[in-house]
Design a protein around this ligand. Structure first.
Ligand SMILES: [Zn+2]
Ligand SMILES: [Zn+2]
Length: 161
């Protein structure tokens, strides 16, 4: 014999009704135990798709429902936050990319300027080398002429003696 979960007394015959919610507990088919009246009992008999659910299970399921709704709300607001953060992050990344592109462009300009300077200095160095070489040639000619005239003078002096 089943025992009523409310009053803890035995249930005779078909005097009990089983909860089809979560608990599966059995109650007396009374207002005091199952919180069910004659009209509802008749409805349960007439409509096979109706199911009896005890007060605890109704409360439990409604609580679960509320909890699910709260979780959904939190999930939705988090989703909105994530979307906002995503667009913020995308903006940050695009700004960074722009800054990097500007830096690279500046670097290119700076490198070109340095290379141009090096080329200019090299050209000036080549010109200086040419000028020094020319000076050397001229000096050599001068020196040779002087040496020639000196040796002539020496010969003349020797002859006079
Ligand atoms: Zn009972
Ligand atoms: Zn129940």
């Amino acid at each position: 014999m089943d025992e009523c979960d409310r009053c803890h007394k035995g249930i005779r015959g078909d005097g009990g009704i089983r909860c089809k919610g979560v608990c599966g507990r059995v109650y007396h088919k009374t207002k005091a135990c199952a919180a069910i009246d004659e009209y509802c009992l008749q409805g349960l008999v007439n409509c096979p798709f109706l199911r009896f659910m005890c007060h605890d299970c109704v409360t439990y399921i409604s609580n679960v429902d509320d909890a699910l709704k709260q979780m959904l709300d939190i999930a939705n607001s988090n989703k909105i936050n994530i979307c906002e953060q995503k667009s913020e992050i995308e903006e940050l990344i695009s700004n960074h990319n722009k800054e990097i592109a500007a830096l690279l462009a500046n670097n290119d300009k700076e490198i070109k300027r340095v290379v141009d300077n090096i080329k200019k200095v090299n050209r000036e160095k080549d010109e200086l080398i040419k000028r020094v070489e020319k000076l050397c040639t001229v000096n050599k000619e001068h020196f040779e002429k002087s040496a020639e005239s000196l040796s002539k003078q020496r010969e003349e002096i020797i002859q006079e003696l």
